[in-house]
Ligand binder design. Structure first.
Ligand SMILES: [Zn+2]
Length: 286
C-alpha cells in the first residue's frame, strides 16, 4: 500500500468508480421505427415504480409518434377545451379529459425553457425523442432567424452551420451540466463503409449533419442499437428483441463503461426490456 494511502483526517484513499448509473449516463438509443425505443424508455418508470427504484425519465418531445405510450413529457394546455378537460358535460376527446396535450418543441427559446425546467425538476433522465428532430428543429429555427431556406448552399461561409452546431452544444450543455441522465433516441441510417480489401459493408448508424455527429458520438457514454432477430420458425410470432452494445462492421454501437454485453436479450415487452437495461446498470439482479 502506498504511503499516502490516508488523506487529511485519516480518510482511507481508495480508487472510486465513476458515477455509473442510468441517471447520469449519456446514451444514444437507436433502431428502426417501431422497435420499442420510446416505449422502453417510458417503461423505465413503470419498472422503477414496481421495484421502488428512483428512476424518473422525462420526455422532451420533438416529434409526434409517442401517442400510444403513457409518459411524463413536454405538454401544454389543450386548446379545444381550454384546459378544463371537458366539452360541455362530456370528456374532451382531444386531450381525453387530461386538460393538457403533448407539446412538440420547435424553437430554441422553448427548448431552453424546458431544458432548464427539467434540470430543476425531480426528473433524473431527459429523453430526447428524437435526436434527429431535435437537430432538425434547431436547424429550422436558425434558418427562420437568419432568413435563409437551408444551411445547405446558403453561401455564408458556413456561418449558419456554426450557429446550428453551437445551439445544439449549448442546449445539450444545459443537460450535461446538471449531471443527470440523457437518452437521445435516434433513427437509423444505412451507411456504406469501405473495409479492408476494398469491399464495402452496410453499417447501421445514427446520423446528424457534419460535426454534430462527431460531437454526439463523443457526448455518448453508450451507443445502443435496438435490433429484432427474426425467428423464421414461427413466422415472426416470437421475434427476439435484443440490444447490441458492441461495435460491429454492420452496426455502430459501443459502451464506454463496459456494462452491456455484446448482445442483451430484451424479452418480449417494453417492461422486460427496461428490466434488462436496469439490470446492466446494477439496479436489479438477475
Ligand atoms: Zn381537451
Amino acid at each position: 500500500m502506498a504511503k499516502n494511502a490516508k488523506g487529511p483526517g485519516g480518510v482511507e484513499i481508495k480508487t472510486l468508480s465513476p458515477n455509473m448509473n442510468i441517471a447520469s449516463a449519456k446514451q444514444i438509443w437507436k433502431g428502426e421505427p417501431k422497435c420499442g425505443k420510446t416505449s422502453t424508455a417510458a417503461a423505465l418508470k413503470t419498472v422503477s415504480d414496481q421495484y421502488g427504484l428512483d428512476v424518473k425519465p422525462f420526455f422532451l418531445l420533438f416529434e409526434p409518434g409517442s401517442e400510444g405510450v403513457s409518459l411524463d413529457c413536454t405538454s401544454e394546455p389543450c386548446e379545444v377545451c381550454g384546459g378544463t378537460g371537458k366539452e360541455g358535460k362530456k370528456k374532451c376527446e382531444t386531450c381525453e379529459g387530461a386538460g393538457t396535450v403533448r407539446l412538440i418543441l420547435t424553437t430554441r427559446k422553448e427548448m431552453r425553457e424546458w431544458f432548464e425546467w427539467f434540470v430543476e425538476s425531480d426528473f433524473d433522465i431527459a429523453v430526447i425523442d428524437t435526436g434527429d428532430k431535435f437537430y432538425q428543429a434547431i436547424m429550422d429555427d436558425v434558418c427562420v432567424e437568419m432568413n435563409i431556406v437551408s444551411p445547405y448552399g446558403a453561401n455564408d461561409n458556413g456561418i449558419s452551420w456554426s450557429v446550428i452546431f453551437d445551439a445544439m452544444r449549448e442546449l445539450l450543455g444545459i443537460l450535461e451540466a446538471s449531471g443527470k441522465g440523457v437518452i437521445l433516441i435516434h433513427h437509423v441510417y444505412k451507411q456504406e463503409k469501405r473495409v479492408k480489401g476494398g469491399s464495402t459493408v452496410t453499417q447501421l448508424v445514427f446520423n446528424v449533419p457534419g460535426k454534430a455527429k462527431v460531437y454526439l458520438a463523443g457526448f455518448a457514454d453508450q451507443v445502443l442499437h435496438f435490433d429484432i432477430v427474426p425467428d423464421e420458425a414461427t413466422d415472426g410470432d416470437t421475434d427476439k428483441h435484443v440490444l447490441i452494445g458492441e461495435h460491429r462492421a454492420s452496426i455502430e454501437a459501443g459502451d464506454r463503461w463496459g456494462m452491456f454485453p455484446a448482445e442483451l436479450d430484451l424479452g418480449d415487452s417494453a417492461e422486460t426490456a427496461a428490466e434488462a437495461i436496469l439490470t446492466c446498470f446494477g439496479y436489479l439482479e438477475e
